[in-house]
Structure formats: C-alpha cells, structure tokens
Design a binder for this molecule. Sequence first.
Ligand SMILES: Nc1ncnc2c1ncn2[C@@H]1O[C@H](COP(=O)(O)OP(=O)(O)O)[C@@H](O)[C@H]1O
Ligand SMILES: [Mg+2]
Length: 306
Amino acid sequence: MIDVQNLTKRFGDTTAVDSLTFHVDEGEIFGFLGPNGAGKTTTVRMLCCLISSSGGAAKIAGFDTASDEDSLMIRKMIGFVPDNVGLYEELTAYENLELYGRLYECPTPQRQANIESYLKMLDLWEKKDRPAGGFSKGMKQKLALIRALIHDPQLLFFDEPTANLDPESTKVVRDLILELKQQGRTIFLNTHDLDEAQRICDRIGIINTKLLTINSPEQLKQSIWGSQTVIQLERIDEGLLDAVRQRHPKNFSVEGNRIIIDVDDPQKENPGYVSALIAAGGSIQSVTESNPDLEEAYLKIIKDSE
Ligand SMILES: Nc1ncnc2c1ncn2[C@@H]1O[C@H](COP(=O)(O)OP(=O)(O)O)[C@@H](O)[C@H]1O
Ligand SMILES: [Mg+2]
C-alpha cells in the first residue's frame, strides 16, 4: 500500500527526514514512533503529497507522490488527520464536515450518512450546530477525525490523534482505529505514545530522523533485549552458580535466591539450566520469564541512535 525508498527531506541546512526505506501492507496498522522533532509529521506530509521530498521516492498504491497527476489520485484515496486540526472556526461542526465532503465530491447520501454516524459515534451529534471555534481541543480533534473519514478512504494517516484527548475519548478513537482496520483499511499512525503503539499497531517503525528499526511490538522487545529466565531456588551456593556458568550464558546475575539468565530462546535453553541446577543439588521453586517492556526497548533504541 505504501512503498518508500530513500525518502529524504531537508529544510535549508536541516535534514528532517533522512533516507527512509520501508513499506506498509494493505490492512495493517503501522505505528510511526519517535520523539518530538523526529520527522514523523514531515514524513506524513510527504506521503500525503502536501510537501515535496528532497530525495528518494514514495508510492501509494502504486501512485507516485512526486507526480502531479498521481497525487490527485492519492488525495482521493487517503484521509489525513493533521496534528493541528485547522477547522473553519465560524462554521458549525456540521458545516465544516459538509464543506469537506463536498470538496471531496462525496455523493450526498454517503456524505450525510457518514457525517451523522461518525458524529454520533464520537458523541458530537448534539453539538453539530455549534460553531467549531467554541469547541474544546479534544472536540476539534474528533471533528478533524470525522473530516478525514467522510469520503471512505482506504488509507488513513493519523498524526498524533489522541494527543489532546481525555482517557475516555482516547479509548473511543483507538477503538475507531481498530474498527477501521476490521473494515480492511490501512492505517498509518504517528505517535509518541508507546502504550498506544503497543496496544493497536501490527508493526512499529521507530524514527529519529533516520529509521532505526521496524518490527512487531513483541519482536521489537525480543530483538533488542532477548529475554531473561528467572530461576527461584531454595538457596544458592557456588556449586549451583558453576552449573550455570558451564552452560555459557551470555550474561547472568544473582538477586537473593534468584538466578537471572539472559537467553535467546527460553523454550530451548531453560530445560538445560533446570537439569543442570537439579543435578548440582539445587531445589528449584519456580522458573519464570522476565520481559522488559517496550518503553525500555524504545528508550534504548533512541539513546543508541544519538
Ligand atoms: N516547515 C519547516 N521548516 C523548517 N524546519 C522544519 C519544518 N517542518 C519541520 N521542520 C523541522 O524538521 C524536523 C522534524 O520535524 P517534524 O516532522 O515536525 O517532527 P515530529 O512530527 O516527529 O515531531 C524538526 O527539526 C523540525 O524543526
Ligand atoms: Mg509531529
């Protein structure tokens, strides 16, 4: 659905986005995760044909973002929720949505049905005749979301869609994103919220000007840290530690009566450690797995890149 090759953007002397290469499959929720100033918004603006690139190429469903003709096709098939929502403040909520629906040449029945169902879903139907200028940040954010959905786009770009929302609205938006995926749509989600990425994304790309890694949330944790096996013993002596050493673990440590061993593949390696400890006279109380969370993995990747 999205195919990016060496995509680069410079603003004067600043390189905002440096030679990104990745693809996003149809039907997936792709999370684009990175700290402030990492280049997330710049990337999405290039993919939505709002700014030109300084190098490389990006294609959406085979259409080239650099071609004027293709970019018209791209704009019709995508929906974009920008980070600063930019509504017509003097128009009502409904009028804002109507205006966009007409701009997208969305047929009247589809336009009206979508506006009504999304306003109801996001709890704004009662407020549809009020000027958007009087709305809270969160309400404006929801309006911008609906605006991006009126023409039933197959590909959606969300630039930090829950940044201004309270927990309840955040849940509504996340559920909506999952519902859009269920309908077979593709979602590109910019976020600096790890929890959000971990909960809803199929794959996560971590960017800090350059693309640092792409993986599923689970594989991301594994690939950075591997995992650790924690063996709780009744007591520990030097003989037991020798038994562990003889199996040449990458690393291990002792905390109280627990031995914590770095393993690449717990299913293959754990039985060996357990047998060795029992053979050395150990009394094992429990064997558990300790996984670092995504946040640790993420911070380590960002730190290593700086
Ligand atoms: N229009 C612009 N002119 C100059 N620099 C810009 C412009 N837009 C973004 N930048 C710079 O590009 C970098 C990436 O910004 P941005 O894509 O907004 O990051 P993010 O969305 O990840 O927070 C930042 O250093 C930012 O200051
Ligand atoms: Mg941004």
